[in-house]
Design a protein around this ligand. Sequence first.
Ligand SMILES: [Zn+2]
Length: 231
Amino acid sequence: MSKDNKTLLTHDQVLEETLKKARYQDADVEENRKAWETTKTLIPKEFDKLNSSEKCYFCIHEPKGETAAYANVILAHEEPLSLKRGLLGLGKKNVRSRIGSLIPAYIATCKRCKRVLRMIELIKWIVTVGISLITFAVLSLLIGNGIIEESRLIMPYAIALAGVILGYVLGKISSTVYSKEKSKEVHLNVFDLDILKEMKKGGWFLLQDDKASTSLNFAKSQGDFGRIFEK
Ligand SMILES: [Zn+2]
């Protein structure tokens, strides 16, 4: 089955197929089905629009860009409540699991928003590495010219370390400045998007840290989780 066919399936069908292949015991199959039925009641009916939209969800202004990729995050919910054993299975089965449901969201993204969302993460590293490299270059030049003596003093190390720290700090600052500028054009946090805003109110949260700008992975396809609801 090709990936494209899979996106036409519902998750009910994907789940049935997975359970059949996994050769679970009947009780486990039933438990899985029931858990998914509960999960489904927690998901808004518009959820499938996130990945089937031809227009970008991250653009703030009209006209919204054409979908060129999918931003991927994993959403978690406490329900359905499940009990799990304590650390290493030693405890009694009484620790309430914080995660009852996990679903991936593939959110339609245009080229421009994808570039901005990626740059927020990248800019920190570009500046940190850039400033560090400049410091090392200047340092080796100073050592090469005998202005700083390499062997005797702790100074070269101190300068190198200061360069890396300065790079890191400037990297953070550039990312913040860039984010602030771009936040007028692009939604930087997934919970600012309409459907996901509603989900947050309903108790959904991100597996990763929920920062001002969500760290996103980008995919070319919508994954093989399947649609949640029938068309
Ligand atoms: Zn966009």
